[in-house]
Design a binder for this molecule. Structure first.
Ligand code: CA
Length: 237
């Protein structure tokens, strides 16, 4: 089994499209890819749950009427999942279901669009929600004992010196900075960085921890990522 995940050269936003109407699904995927998004597609609720076991999307578009469950049931499941519950969700409703949209918003959708939705409108809403969720991260600019992270700018400074990190090491450090002095189990780390990817082994975490330590060594912070034998890791000065 392969243990290392290929890292994208740059950060793209991943959008999961859950829509059983193939024509609409393909049109949305096409429009999103043209705008520089990475897309994942699902034609049913179960396909969506399958995808969510492997990818950690930045936003999900969910059609109200799916063949195997309602979009609302799917949203319920997502909101109950401790790893992905915060993901922005845009719900699509057919005109006949318009009365249900309030219910949809109450049950956890962040926004809704009535079909046929204009692709321009959809893009605008998606961008607005991504900005908002990023803004949320930005307002939590992270700092720990001379390590400063700006998640939006993808920058890390240690004692005012820029640190160059790969995407995975960046995410790892971010998780540690969000939880200083706290023991993080391997599984917890896996879930947060890879979105419960069943193809990723525990050992992958160790490999990336080694890389992160190596990157931190120059500024003498490598020993701050401590191993708690058999359990996980902890950031502590
Ligand atoms: Ca449908």
């Amino acid at each position: 089994m392969s243990t290392l995940i290929e890292e994208p050269a740059e950060m793209h936003n991943n959008i999961l499209i859950v829509e059983d109407d193939m024509a609409i699904r393909e049109m949305m995927a096409f429009s999103l890819r043209r705008e520089g998004f990475d897309t994942y597609k699902a034609a049913s609720g179960h396909e969506a749950l399958d995808q969510l076991n492997r990818v950690h999307p930045d936003l999900i578009v969910i059609d109200w009427g799916l063949p195997d469950m309602s979009g609302i049931d799917l949203i319920d499941m997502i909101r109950r999942d401790k790893v992905i519950k915060e993901v922005p969700i845009i719900m699509l409703t057919a005109r006949a279901e318009e009365a249900d949209k309030v219910k949809g918003l109450e049950r956890g959708a962040d926004d809704y669009l009535t079909k046929p939705a204009s692709m321009l409108e959809l893009m605008a809403r998606i961008r607005a929600h991504l900005r908002r969720s990023r803004g949320f991260e930005l307002s939590h600019k992270l700092e720990y004992q001379g390590i400063v992270m700006d998640a939006e700018a993808h920058e890390v400074l240690i004692d005012d010196e820029a640190l160059s990190l790969s995407l995975t090491e960046f995410k790892l450090l971010k998780l540690f900075l969000q939880n200083p002095n706290k023991l993080l189990g391997r599984e917890h780390i896996l879930n947060h960085i890879w979105g419960r990817n069943t193809f990723v082994e525990d050992r992958t975490v160790d490999v990336h921890i080694l890389r992160l330590r190596k990157a931190l060594k120059k500024q003498g912070r490598d020993k701050w990522i401590q191993t708690v034998r058999g359990v996980g890791y902890k950031l502590t000065s």
